[in-house]
Design a protein around this ligand. Structure first.
Ligand code: ADP
Ligand code: MG
Length: 319
């Protein structure tokens, strides 16, 4: 078998996927959520995400409340990405044994943040597992959701001519992370969007209800990576107008102060947890703030108009 570096995160997932075939009425590996049948005109959505100390968070920087919030939020984001409503979560914790930050008052804070996010999503914690870990803290959450039969938005439904759209603004979380990692002056709004992302559940449900919304996913690895999943799954290409990317004033200020390129943060940074979707030409979406950043094309190329490099987004095992 090739090294993990050669395979990369998505090559490895493909190798795993080759060994398993989902039954024909279940959508398995490859989208934001698995989609399973129910008997009452609804479908069940399931997704899982893991957060590992040192890879996804610095235990001595993030507060336990924020880590609890974020662990739940990134999972709810995959339900939003499918246009569904969350039902409940399962939380598994591997807690380091030695002296460190994780003690009972830290756990109280973590649970408070997790519950705050769960309450705002209307989806309670339903179970989980708790073990010790020799070294690092590891958090795994599984989320269950529901969507009307046939209503789940998938990565595979983009059509040539569709507009490529994103909700909110891009790059804030990545800029907040840079400020944290480089010990720079922190912009509260940017650090907040990194530590307390807002899953776009209401917007996801509204977008999910629009027939003119075709493909949809959430932005966890940066548009440079995530858009490629929509293009691969749909067998299409896209032209993206880099001058149309939506940036917050705080991001632009931080880029001016530090000499950063906002396009790179928006496309390669990740963890925005905004929604990336394609919209039939002339289609409208009420009450969702979004920006059109490009067009889906028939050829299978991804073209960055106004850019001088290829933007890849974040991938594990590539460094
Ligand atoms: P997301 O960023 O939306 O959480 P990922 O990029 O992590 O999605 O995963 C892409 C797809 O691959 C999803 O359908 C996910 O369930 C699946 N997947 C990821 N890792 C594994 C694994 N170890 N085994 C089986 N499926 C996996
Ligand atoms: Mg996702």
């Amino acid at each position: 078998m090739n090294s993990l570096k050669e395979l990369g995160e998505f090559g490895l997932i493909d190798r795993i996927r080759e060994n398993f075939t989902a039954p024909k009425d279940i959508l398995g590996i490859g989208d934001d959520c698995a989609v399973l049948p129910q008997k009452n005109g609804l479908q069940t959505l399931v997704s899982t995400d893991m957060l590992v100390e040192g890879t996804h968070f610095l235990l001595d920087d993030i507060s336990p409340e924020d880590l609890g919030w974020k662990s739940a939020a990134v999972n709810f984001s995959d339900i939003a990405a499918s246009g569904g409503k969350p039902v409940g979560t399962f939380l598994s914790l591997a807690l380091p044994k030695g002296p460190g930050c994780v003690d009972s008052s830290w756990m109280e804070g973590f649970i408070r943040g997790y519950r705050e996010m769960s309450d705002s999503a209307g989806a309670p914690l339903l179970g989980g597992d708790t073990t010790s870990s020799p070294d690092r803290l590891c958090i795994n959450v599984t989320v269950l959701g529901q969507v009307r039969q046939g209503g789940a938005k998938l990565r595979s439904s983009a059509c040539p001519g569709d507009l490529v759209c994103v909700t909110g603004t891009l790059g804030d979380s990545a800029a907040g992370l840079r400020q944290i990692l480089q010990s720079l002056q922190r912009t509260p709004e940017l650090v907040r969007s990194h530590y307390r992302p807002e899953p776009r559940l209401e917007w996801g449900i509204r977008l999910g209800g629009c027939d003119s919304v075709h493909a949809m996913m959430d932005i966890s690895d940066g548009v440079g990576s995530d858009l490629r999943h929509i293009l691969d799954a749909s067998g299409t290409g896209a032209r993206i107008d880099l001058s149309a990317l939506p940036f917050s004033p705080e991001l632009l200020q931080a880029c001016m102060d530090n000499g950063w390129d906002p396009k790179e943060l928006a496309l390669c940074g990740g963890e925005d947890y905004e929604l990336l979707f394609t919209l039939a030409p002339g289609g409208t979406v009420p009450d969702v703030p979004f920006t059109v950043i490009g067009t889906i094309t028939e050829d299978r190329k991804l073209v960055w108009e106004g850019g001088d490099m290829d933007y890849m987004g974040f991938r594990h095992f590539f460094k």
